[in-house]
Write a protein that binds this ligand. Structure first.
Ligand SMILES: C[S@@+](CC[C@H](N)C(=O)[O-])C[C@H]1O[C@@H](n2cnc3c(N)ncnc32)[C@H](O)[C@@H]1O
Length: 261
């Protein structure tokens, strides 16, 4: 059991934070796994758990391919395996070669080493994994990485699948720390061009392209996004073919609202 108060101030603080997380968000199996099961370290924001549950529930027990960018200590790929079940292929991606140790083909868990910055990596990845149902980006968190990963992988997601990017708050950050490394300067902020959040705001125009009177011709995203959902630090895009131009029709009896009495 992970939820134990330690002896240092830090550990006691962490224990209190986890108790609050459980009170607020602890109604699903993922949170229960995170807090109470034995596993390698899983580094997540607590408020992501209800978002995961809402979107991933429908895929449980199915033969899906779930990809997570960002393996780190290998705990989250254990959690996804536990949650989705033995028929789901879980594929973790990380730039750090030692993460390969967490691969466990007998459990249907695979780890690929490479950089999400690198289009050649993605080309080889897509060849090796021709089917991906869900991609969760929890990798380097720099917005250029998040954008490149979306551009490379959204078209590769199976119709009916999901694309989720977390830690999108880096779009607002001046800098970011990753573990013990020196801070990475991001120069993000509200409305700053080039951030992942600004990129996703453009997706809102793209999903509405049919209504822009030609200003924005419908593109691949217009024809393949079923919905875009924004949460604190998380963006979810549903992959869904839009088979024809949207239309509206009056159906049913007309109430004579405009007729003279
Ligand atoms: C936040 S951690 C992942 C945490 C893990 N998913 C969990 O829930 O415990 C981010 C990981 O992304 C990896 N990473 C950083 N830059 C990357 C890149 N360019 N390509 C792939 N992985 C990267 C880091 O090595 C690190 O292990």
């Amino acid at each position: 059991m992970n939820l134990v108060a330690g002896s240092s101030d830090f550990e006691r603080g962490q224990y209190e934070a986890l108790k609050s997380a459980y009170r607020l968000f602890g109604h699903g199996d993922l949170m229960k796994f995170w807090l109470f099961e034995e596993h390698r370290c899983i580094y997540k924001w607590a408020h992501y758990f209800p978002i995961y549950e809402k979107w991933f529930e429908a895929y449980r027990g199915k033969e899906i391919v779930f990809v997570e960018v960002g393996v780190q200590n290998g705990g989250s790929i254990q959690m996804w395996h536990d949650y989705f079940g033995k028929d789901a292929k879980i594929v973790g991606i990380d730039i750090i070669p030692v993460c390969k140790q967490f691969e466990d083909p007998e459990q249907n868990i695979f780890v690929e080493i490479g950089s999400q910055d690198d289009p050649n990596f993605w080309a080889a990845f897509k060849e090796k994994y021709p089917r991906v149902d869900i991609l969760l980006d929890d990798g380097g968190h720099q917005f250029n990485q998040q954008i490149l990963t979306f551009r490379e992988m959204f078209p590769h997601i199976k119709d009916g699948g999901l694309y989720m990017c977390e830690d999108c708050h880096t779009s607002y950050a001046y800098s970011m720390r990753c573990g013990t490394c020196e801070p990475i300067i991001l120069n993000g902020g509200v409305g700053v061009k080039g951030t992942f959040i600004e990129f996703t705001k453009n997706l809102i125009d793209e999903i509405n392209a049919f209504h822009t009177n030609g200003t924005l011709p419908p593109n691949y995203n217009t024809l393949n996004m079923g919905g875009i959902h924004f949460y604190d630090s998380v963006v979810v895009v549903e992959k869904k073919k839009i088979p024809f131009k949207p239309f509206d029709l009056p159906v049913g009896d007309f109430a004579k609202v405009n007729a003279e009495a």
